[in-house]
Design a protein around this ligand. Structure first.
Ligand SMILES: O=C1O[C@H](COP(=O)(O)O)[C@@H](O)[C@H](O)[C@H]1O
Length: 232
């Protein structure tokens, strides 16, 4: 885990790592695929990444997970990414949504999986956050889709995630990439803030990889870089 003295240094370091990997992919293959998280963590990183000196017209930007809601919803991760990352020069990137309107969450997941596969089926750079319950992407510790999403030897794909039962997370249907997408990525930056999330990360990392997403990432040798700052 890399520790940073404040949020500015933390966000700057995360954005620089992601930009470096996207630039290398563009130099090597003429294109790059970026996948990012929603939630409260990524905004300062997205704001800096948007300023990166990249040929954004060669970047496909997508999400590691999404709530099954339209972009008009305040819960939409797509709306967040478009508002904070895909602005200025970065608006030249092509956005690939996980959500599709007017279809079931499983159908939307199949559509997104096909579209991502058509982009090469591999993510160059990934920005992850982690919830205080230890979820990453929409891979929730107690979800019925947990085991499928964490199965290491499936093909990279996108799956629909049902809402949790009896008030358990997540509150609404979601879509999520699976562990093999993270394991095959070029670089995965997990951005964490605050003492509580650090404690959750350390507890989860020591857990059973079959049911703890962070432990599963480590066991699957995801190219993970954890960047932490105390300022929550
Ligand atoms: O629901 C989600 O939560 C996680 C963590 O969010 P944060 O607000 O604690 O940063 C996020 O990584 C994920 O993409 C999002 O859909």
């Amino acid at each position: 885990m890399q520790t940073y003295p404040d949020r500015d240094a933390w966000a700057e370091a995360a954005a620089a790592r992601l930009a470096e990997t996207l630039a290398a992919a563009i130099a090597e293959r003429g294109r790059a695929v970026f996948a990012g998280a929603g939630g409260s963590t990524p905004s300062p990183i997205y704001a800096r990444l948007a300023q990166a000196d990249l040929d954004w017209s060669r970047v496909v930007a997508t999400l590691v997970d999404e709530r099954h809601v339209p972009e008009t919803s305040p819960d939409s991760n797509a709306a967040l990414m478009k508002r904070v990352l895909l602005t200025g020069p970065a608006s030249a990137a092509r956005f690939l949504p996980l959500y599709s309107p007017a279809v079931t969450v499983d159908r939307a997941a199949a559509v997104a999986a096909k579209a991502l596969s058509a982009e090469g089926g591999r993510l160059d750079a990934v920005l992850l956050g982690m919830g205080e319950d230890g979820h990453i992407c929409s891979i929730f510790p107690d979800s019925p889709t947990l085991k499928t999403l964490l199965t290491p030897d499936l093909a990279p794909t996108v799956l629909g995630v049902p809402p949790g039962r009896d008030g358990a997370a997540p509150p609404q249907e979601r879509l999520s990439i699976n562990l093999p997408y993270l394991a095959s990525a070029g670089r995965v930056v997990l951005a964490l803030t605050g003492a509580a999330k650090r404690a959750v990360f350390e507890r989860e990392a020591a857990g059973d990889p079959a049911v703890h997403p962070i432990a599963a990432l480590i066991a699957a040798k995801v190219p993970l870089e954890v960047l932490w700052t105390e300022a929550a």
